[in-house]
Design a protein around this ligand. Structure first.
Ligand code: C2E
Ligand code: MG
Ligand code: MG
Ligand code: MG
Length: 281
């Protein structure tokens, strides 16, 4: 019986793996088509200055409107796009779209928000990445310091040789770099001292327990102090509760992002969000 059971489980496992594989293959085929037909769009999630309540920037987050499956989240297709190399043209589209959007915000505001763009490993390693970024900034007339390139901590850790020099070049041009999902990649202190970055984004999973756990609060407090010592601005990701915002503000975290303030917004809603922002409270 045990043997039969094991066999069934194996069969179920095989079926599930097979289904997952098929799904990925289908996504890969559909991605090609989506890129040609323009089925992607960006949403923008406000990043709030916890001291003043002002919107410091927006993070651009890609969405895929699939003809038959509705909206597909980036978690489902970014790594497929990485594997197939499609991330390169897709990433370029994202970068250009985000920069164009930020340029339109800049025209309407004295203190324009920045736009944060997520960049994946393959994109960063692509020869000509620096050029693509700088050309797009020039073409849209966006000040380089209104662009933040978000790179995950784990990618920065594994990519010291290649990507770091491109990031340094971009920073010399005024573009800022954020370490995304900090806390998940086991950075050493010496690494943090050298990494070419301006902003540190604390991963969402560190934020949720801060109001209820002394240890968690101490940990986040430590991260904020360390970052501040290293001249990194800190953004807390995934703030959902007022109590979380209060704890973070108290330990000196300057910026926050999360559903408490706003979910990611479509382009029009982001513009409206800014207009509301400019009316003095
Ligand atoms: P990320 O860069 O860490 O983005 C933050 C994610 O957290 C977003 O998910 C956002 O919608 C979600 N989020 C924001 N506030 C809250 C909150 O209060 N609670 C919860 N539970 N979640 C919150 P999203 O849009 O599904 O993106 C997931 C990941 O996909 C991103 O993580 C990023 O790594 C990647 N991604 C998104 N857009 C792009 C892109 O344009 N290019 C690349 N290469 N990767 C992207
Ligand atoms: Mg990000
Ligand atoms: Mg993140
Ligand atoms: Mg994340």
């Amino acid at each position: 019986l045990a043997k039969a059971n094991g066999k069934n489980q194996w069969k179920r496992y095989e079926e599930a793996t097979h289904a997952a594989l098929l799904r990925r293959m289908q996504i890969r085929v559909d991605l090609d088509e989506a890129l040609r037909t323009g089925a992607f769009l960006l949403e923008y999630q406000p990043v709030i200055d916890l001291k003043t309540g002002v919107t410091a920037g927006f993070e651009a987050l890609v969405r895929w409107h699939h003809p038959s499956r509705g909206t597909i989240a980036p978690a489902e297709f970014i790594d497929v796009a990485e594997e197939s190399g499609l991330i390169v043209p897709l990433g370029e589209w994202i970068l250009n779209r985000a920069i164009a959007e930020a340029a339109s915000w800049a025209k309407a505001s004295a203190t324009p928000p920045y736009v944060g763009v997520n960049v994946s490993a393959r994109q960063l390693r692509q020869p000509g990445f620096v050029d693509t970024v700088l050309t797009s900034l020039r073409r849209h007339g966006l000040a380089p310091d209104r662009l933040v390139i978000e790179i995950t901590e784990s990618l920065l850790l594994t990519d010291q040789g290649n990507g770091w020099s491109d990031l340094r070049t971009l920073r010399e041009a005024g573009v800022r770099v954020a370490i995304d999902d900090f806390g998940t990649g086991y950075s050493s202190l010496s690494y943090l001292r050298q990494v070419p970055a301006d902003i540190l984004k604390i991963e969402r999973s560190f934020i949720g327990n801060t109001p209820h756990s002394d240890k968690q609060r101490a940990l986040v407090d430590g991260i904020v102090r360390l970052a501040t010592t290293l001249d990194l601005a800190v953004v807390a990701e995934g703030i959902e509760q007022p109590a979380e915002r209060d704890v973070l503000a108290k330990v000196g975290c300057r910026y926050g992002q999360g559903y408490l303030f706003s979910p990611p917004l479509d382009s029009d809603s982001a513009t409206r969000w800014l207009q509301r922002d400019w009316i003095p409270a």
